[in-house]
Design a protein around this ligand. Structure first.
Ligand code: PEP
Ligand code: MN
Length: 346
């Protein structure tokens, strides 16, 4: 399942032209897709484009008529949901900011429940992971939306441009029955990262992707840096499709997918480790500057001893804080880091 289209519906021309280019490329590749464009954009800053509003639903209705595509838009309030459903949207998605607030998701679920009996067009509700790394809340939101009786689809978009594979792995393991799509656009936050992340779809056995595509990304009013052109998308999808056999996706067997999830988690932890060490070196350099200015030598034996004792003392906190690491290992690793710190302070 592919959900493709611009971040926001900006104008009739932008919505229709992007749909036209996408439809041409995807039909060449025989990839069916659902066309997305956000009518309302719950943005972090009030100074950015907030979407064209209800008028945009008409442009999406035109896309449906002209190109025979299914269409999707983002909803953040019961009023949005009502307008979207009445305009015949096939799918709605709930964004990461709304997903962070259970009351918002509940009110959307309630309004869809109320409307469902009059409007039976809705084929699915997509729920993004919350902006904060919270697998429990994402799972809770899936359950809230399931009460509507409409199929629920999870969209993994990461947090703060970090993949947060561990969160997605927890949700995937707890609810293997719910399809999960990858959103490489919001996960990477840059157009260049989209093709890099695409192989994860089939390595991890995901069910497709939601990707931001704009006919002129450089002119986009929201998320300009991460949208790709229909032609760029075609190249990425083509390389993905070339890994398919005629019978469909060469999905790794289940146990291999599990290994790939674990490897994705460990690669991300390694990245965080390097980031933490680099941040530590940065602080250490500032300490070096302070020491120099105050005529103090880089190595202070009492301070050194104090840290060594702290590492040796049993850690009362959780395993993530190092409670399960062997003292010898912690000391050896810290010695290495400390040595590099001293070198950098000189
Ligand atoms: C979007 O899909 O355009 C969007 C704003 O997503 P998110 O809620 O993941 O930031
Ligand atoms: Mn966006």
């Amino acid at each position: 399942m592919y959900i493709l289209g611009p971040c926001a519906a900006e104008s009739r021309e932008q919505v229709l032209e992007t749909a036209r280019e996408l439809a041409a490329i995807c039909s060449q590749l025989s990839i069916p897709f659902i066309y997305r464009a956000g009518a309302w954009k719950p943005r972090t800053s009030p100074h950015t484009f907030q979407g064209a509003g209800e008028e945009a639903l008409k442009w999406l209705e035109e896309v449906k008529e002209q190109f025979g595509l299914e269409v999707a838009t983002e909803v953040a309030t019961p009023e949005h949901a009502e307008a979207a459903l009445k305009a015949g949207m096939d799918y709605v998605w709930i964004g990461a900011r709304s997903s962070a607030t259970p009351i918002v998701v509940q009110s959307l679920a309630d309004s869809i429940c109320d409307l469902r009996f009059e409007i039976s067009n809705l084929k699915g509700i997509l729920i993004k992971n919350p902006v904060n790394e919270d697998a429990g809340l994402w799972l809770g939101n899936i359950e809230r939306l399931e009460k509507t009786g409409v199929p629920v689809i999870a969209v993994h978009r990461g947090c703060n441009h970090q993949p947060c594979w561990s969160m997605a792995h927890k949700v995937r393991s707890a609810r293997p029955d719910i399809p999960m799509l990858l959103d490489p656009s919001h996960m990477g936050g840059e157009a260049a990262k989209v093709p890099e992340l695409m192989p994860k779809i089939d390595e991890l056995g995901m069910d497709g992707a939601m990707i931001e595509v704009h006919y002129k990304p450089e002119c986009a009013l929201s998320d300009a840096g991460q949208q790709i052109t229909p032609a760029q998308l075609g190249i990425s999808l083509d390389s993905l499709v070339s890994r398919l056999c005629p019978a469909g996706l060469i999905c790794p067997p289940n146990d291999e997918k599990e290994l790939n999830w674990l490897r994705a988690e460990i690669d991300e932890l390694d990245e965080k480790l390097w980031d933490t060490i680099a941040a530590r070196m940065e602080v250490s350099k500032r300490i070096g500057v302070w020491k120099k200015a105050h005529g103090i030598a880089p190595l202070q034996p009492e301070r050194y001893q104090e840290i060594v004792e702290r590492i040796k003392s049993p850690h009362p906190t959780s395993p993530e804080r190092g409670g399960e690491l062997r003292t010898e290992f912690k000391l050896a690793l810290w010695e290495l880091i400390h040595e590099e710190s001293l070198r950098q302070q000189k």
